[in-house]
Design a protein around this ligand. Structure first.
Ligand SMILES: [Zn+2]
Length: 400
């Protein structure tokens, strides 16, 4: 299984990355043999992967990182790097390769300090003699200060350093940075391709896979979660009932409260899973005595961790709400498709009755205004409006 097999519906990107990996390999080989570097290489030091959520930006970046580290003996026989089996490929894909740093954040932003540490790390020569690869999965979350720190590193990279940045769109990255990156765009994979991968790789039965792929409109991670996680299915079905519940003011307020509570509950669950362990680990690392007494001078570090955990809870809650809003938008898109007699396939066929009822009782204009209300709620949340206020405004606008 080659490293590219994890990419779904991205033939063009795959071809470009495979060609670059081949040239990168030629560079390493020429250097080792003290030969001059080949000319016209497709390899470069900074790459930017963009594409809608779920298109597999990070997966593409990781596959490329693996191909760059591929040490398969088949390469010498003309095989392409990225075999998926050799030590280089394997350790990169499981996240233990010494020369590959994968940065993924559950926080809202990546600050200057973290970025400085990364840049320092990027200067190191690769221990394995190939490439020092830094995968920044959330380059859109760099603060402006952090972006400027990164810019210097991207402008003057060490000879064997490769930066792989991922972001939803070009606009999410500082212009100065993106102009120095080679840009690759991933597309939303077709529903069929997502269903296929769920069956093939995750062993999900074809019917469930098809339903999950359709409901999430080609978002691989969400489709996988929906197909495997009972809780995710329950949450989605509650959200899809909301349009039938917003008949009067009381119903609107109640539905809003429930949506926000559910998101808070998600955040709490994640926190319970991670925070306690993290806190214990830090305490142990700082040398806590028996009974939990902390040595002098460690209060600052503990406080920093608490702050981090608080920011993470906020982010989890926001992500959970965002997911609900995505489902809701999909619902009204389907209503609109029915009203306009569009031929496109419905995403939410499991609630077809509700879709048809609302389509029959309202107008396309009304549906468009409802979609706008959901989008306005998302924007309000992005601007840090209190979640309950934003969601109440939305449910009221969805009414009757
Ligand atoms: Zn390999």
């Amino acid at each position: 299984m080659a490293v590219w097999d994890d990419l779904v519906g991205q033939t063009k990107v795959e071809e470009q990355l495979a060609a670059a990996a081949r040239d990168a390999d030629a560079l390493v080989t020429a250097h080792a043999a003290r030969e001059p570097a080949p000319e016209a290489s497709k390899m470069t030091h900074a790459w930017l992967f963009t594409g809608p959520p779920g298109s597999g930006r990070a997966t593409a970046a990781r596959a490329f990182a693996a191909a760059l580290q591929c040490v398969s003996p088949d390469r010498a026989l003309g095989g392409a790097p990225g075999c998926g089996f050799c030590d280089g490929c394997h350790t990169t894909l499981v996240g233990t390769h010494a020369d590959v740093e994968i940065v993924r954040t559950d926080l809202l932003s990546i600050g200057v300090k973290e970025t400085r540490d990364l840049v320092r790390r990027a200067q190191l020569s690769p221990a394995g003699g190939r490439w020092q690869v830094i995968v920044l999965e959330d380059a859109d979350r760099l603060t402006e200060g952090a972006g400027n720190v990164l810019l210097k590193a991207v402008e003057e990279p060490a000879p064997r350093t490769v930066w792989l940045l991922c972001a939803p769109s070009l606009e999410d990255v500082l212009p100065t940075i993106r102009s120095r990156c080679r840009h690759l765009t991933l597309r939303t994979p077709p529903v069929e391709a997502v269903a296929d991968v769920l069956v093939r790789r995750d062993g999900i039965d074809p019917e469930t896979a098809q339903a999950a792929a359709r409901a999430t409109q080609g978002h691989i991670d969400r489709a996988r979660r929906l197909a495997t996680d009972e809780r995710a299915r329950a949450r989605r079905s509650v959200v899809l009932k909301l349009p039938l519940r917003v008949d009067d003011v009381g119903g609107c307020l109640k539905a809003a409260q429930e949506l926000v509570d559910a998101a808070a509950e998600d955040a709490k669950q994640v926190a319970e899973e991670i925070d306690v362990k993290e806190t214990e680990e830090l305490k142990a690392a700082l040398g806590a005595a028996q009974g939990g007494r902390m040595p002098r001078g460690t209060a600052g570090a503990m406080k920093e961790l608490e702050e981090r955990q608080k920011r993470r809870r906020t982010r989890t809650q926001r992500d959970s709400l965002d997911l609900a809003l995505t489902d809701l938008t999909g619902f009204y898109r389907d209503v609109l498709a029915l009203q306009l007699r569009s031929r496109s396939a419905l995403a939410n066929t499991d609630v077809r009755d509700a879709l048809e009822r609302i389509a029959r009782d309202t107008t396309p204009e009304r549906t468009l205004r409802r979609i706008e209300a959901v989008l306005a709620c998302r924007e309000a949340l992005d601007r840090n409006v209190a979640p309950l206020l934003a969601v109440e405004a939305m449910t009221m606008a969805l009414r009757g």
